[in-house]
Design a protein around this ligand. Structure first.
Ligand SMILES: Nc1ncnc2c1ncn2[C@@H]1O[C@H](COP(=O)(O)OP(=O)(O)OP(=O)(O)O)[C@@H](O)[C@H]1O
Ligand SMILES: [Mg+2]
Length: 163
């Protein structure tokens, strides 16, 4: 079974295609950690994932709210809840608890977390750890499956990067 994949994403269209491909592999309860510098493409990837998962409206970075919920009709899974977290502005992991966000991580909601480092100790362990890295041109995308569930989902992933 595949546990780690890597793709070069030459431009933002490739990031969007990659996010859409990720949407095909989801399963309820999946915890996704997104690593990468400011502007690396974490929100862009999430936006494409949410649209492909069935969300029709806009996707803004939830920097001030810490989390933004989405209820979608997923093409394969049907009715599905996803939560997009951005913990960048959290001053301590305690804030995560005080905001009641642990209740949202209920084993059914799919959680996509930007800046998971900020939630160290309170945020549940990831099923997928995705890292976006700046290159001279485009970005590097790495996805590591960190659990049995994550591995099963990753093995549904089909993404053909353009050459
Ligand atoms: N593969 C790519 N190559 C070049 N530019 C890209 C690529 N993918 C996305 N971008 C661009 O990079 C920027 C990514 O911004 P985005 O808000 O998604 O970053 P972020 O990682 O969420 O940052 P933050 O940590 O501030 O939330 C956008 O301007 C987007 O168009
Ligand atoms: Mg972002």
């Amino acid at each position: 079974m595949l546990t780690k994949i890597h793709h070069h994403l030459p431009d933002e269209n490739a990031t969007a295609a990659c996010g859409a491909a990720l949407a095909d592999c989801l399963t309820p309860g999946l915890m996704i950690w997104l690593h990468g510098d400011l502007g690396a493409g974490k929100t862009a990837l999430t936006r494409a994932l949410l649209h492909a998962a069935g969300h029709a409206g806009s996707v803004k970075s939830p920097t001030y709210a810490l989390a933004e919920p989405y209820r979608v009709q997923h093409p394969r899974l049907g009715s599905l809840s996803l939560l997009h977290f951005d913990l960048y502005r959290m001053s301590s992991p305690q804030e995560f608890i005080e905001a009641g966000l642990q209740d949202e991580v209920d084993g059914r909601n799919i959680c996509i977390v930007e800046w998971p480092e900020q939630g160290a100790g309170v945020l549940a362990a990831p099923d997928w750890r995705i890292t976006l890295t700046y290159l001279a041109q485009g970005r590097d995308f790495t996805l590591e499956a960190c659990s049995e569930r994550g591995t099963q989902c990753l093995n549904r992933f089909h993404f053909a990067a353009r050459l």
